[in-house]
Design a protein around this ligand. Structure first.
Ligand code: MLT
Length: 406
């Protein structure tokens, strides 16, 4: 008798954003004349930067001739991309990262979801609340939790991000081994200071733990004092893996390109307590289960680092940040407490009511899609998240409708 992985039965029936998409589609069917403005899932709306498109085209042309055609590429990514990332994203900020510590992939969602495979099944995991659901769901699938009761999975240590702690969780008060952190944060938009991140790195070192640092939104940081990478913190090379993505930085949500940094000095232990570097394990996993991002997509990603690409990306992000500032200003003006929107494309709003009710009200009365905070965890109850990914005109229109409704 073929048996299922019963851990899947512990999960909520569908993934948060799939659930929201279903509600929006149902509303659209029932109200075909209504125009909906989507400020829910963080999906970019602007075209790829011109430098990326041109590089993409050139690379596609290379595929049309036998002499320049590329078949399978290296699973870890082409050296041209790994080198430029190491130089521009890390070495230029004093972070000592080598190209061969960078693994190109098709998304930070997949990488943050897959990375848990290289750790023991009985790893004690600390996960933020509220949280990007992928970290939690993939650990549930892997059997690291018990059942779901009262908004929580048994066996997970929840790092609560609340108004009281400024949306930066306290260090764990019991031993944990694998710690997920995401800054600028999805969903709260909060950022972490160098001092706070230093405390986490120290905790990881003292407890032989490992930090999985999701920095997918680093490009939105405006304040120079905020760390853009965990490797700006001394000692992080020994205790942290970092995830980055071109999705929000350069509009690659549909094009797919991201990367994971696993420093050679990053270690974990076997059951006898012997140290092992994580890079060969991740390399083994990656090479076995992944066949590389397509050559044209990697060429398009490389163009993000060209002089023109950098200007265009800055403009793109600047436009989304203009939306973010407007959303925060308007919602604050309407009397709602807001976090984020200054160094992040997400604005986390205390809706002062059930977050699914708030979501339904904005959808049904204003035709605006947001994300209910409760979908990100128990601490998200009462909040909604509004994303800055849309045109300025649509954001203005959405806010006008929201003003009328509220
Ligand atoms: C979000 O809206 O939280 C993100 O777009 C989801 C993702 O990046 O997968």
């Amino acid at each position: 008798m073929i048996k299922i992985n019963e851990n899947y039965l512990k999960l909520k029936a569908s993934y948060l954003f799939a659930d929201i998409a279903r509600r929006v589609t149902a509303y659209q069917h029932a109200n075909p004349e209504k125009e909906i403005i989507k400020l829910g899932i963080g999906d970019v709306t602007r075209a790829l930067p011109k430098a990326c498109i041109e590089a993409f085209h050139r690379a596609v042309d290379e595929m049309s001739s036998d002499t320049t055609f590329k078949g399978y590429g290296p699973e870890q990514g082409y050296p041209f991309l790994r080198k430029i990332i190491a130089r521009q994203d890390y070495q230029s900020r004093g972070a000592d990262i080598d190209p061969d510590e960078i693994f190109i992939s098709d998304g930070a969602k997949c990488d943050t979801g897959n990375i848990q495979e290289i750790f023991s099944a009985d790893t004690r995991v600390a996960i933020p609340d509220p949280v990007y659901p992928v970290y939690l769901d993939t650990n549930v699938m892997a059997g690291r939790t018990g059942d779901f009761n009262d908004g929580r999975y048994h066996g997970i240590y929840y790092l609560e991000s609340t108004r009281e702690n400024g949306f930066i969780p306290e260090l764990p008060n019991q031993p944990v081994e694998l710690i997920y952190l995401c800054y600028p944060n999805n969903p709260t938009g909060a950022t972490i200071s160098k001092e706070q991140l230093t405390d986490w790195v120290r905790y990881a070192k003292e407890n032989k733990a490992l930090i999985l640092y999701d920095a997918a939104y680093e490009a939105f940081i405006r304040d120079e004092s905020i760390p853009k990478t965990i490797y700006e913190i001394e000692g992080a090379r020994e205790v942290a893996i970092e995830f980055r993505s071109f999705s929000k930085t350069a509009g690659f949500t549909g094009t797919r390109c991201a990367f994971t940094v696993v420093p050679k000095t990053c270690m974990a232990y076997d059951r006898k307590g012997e140290k092992h570097p994580l890079l060969p394990l991740w390399n083994r996993r990656h090479a076995t289960k992944f066949n590389g991002v397509s050559y044209p997509v990697q060429k398009a990603a490389e163009a993000v680092y060209s002089p023109e690409g950098k200007v265009q990306v800055k403009e793109l992000i600047g436009d989304y940040m203009k939306n973010a500032r407007l959303i925060r200003k308007e919602m604050t003006g309407l009397g709602y407490e807001c976090v984020g929107g200054d160094n992040s494309p997400y604005i986390w709003i205390n809706g002062k009511q059930d977050s699914w009710d708030f979501f339904d009200m904005l959808l049904n009365k204003a035709g605006v899609v947001c994300t209910p905070g409760a979908g990100f965890g128990k601490c998200g109850k009462g909040y909604i998240r509004i994303s800055a990914f849309n045109s300025y005109e649509n954001v203005q229109k959405a806010l006008k409708r929201i003003r009328l409704v509220l």
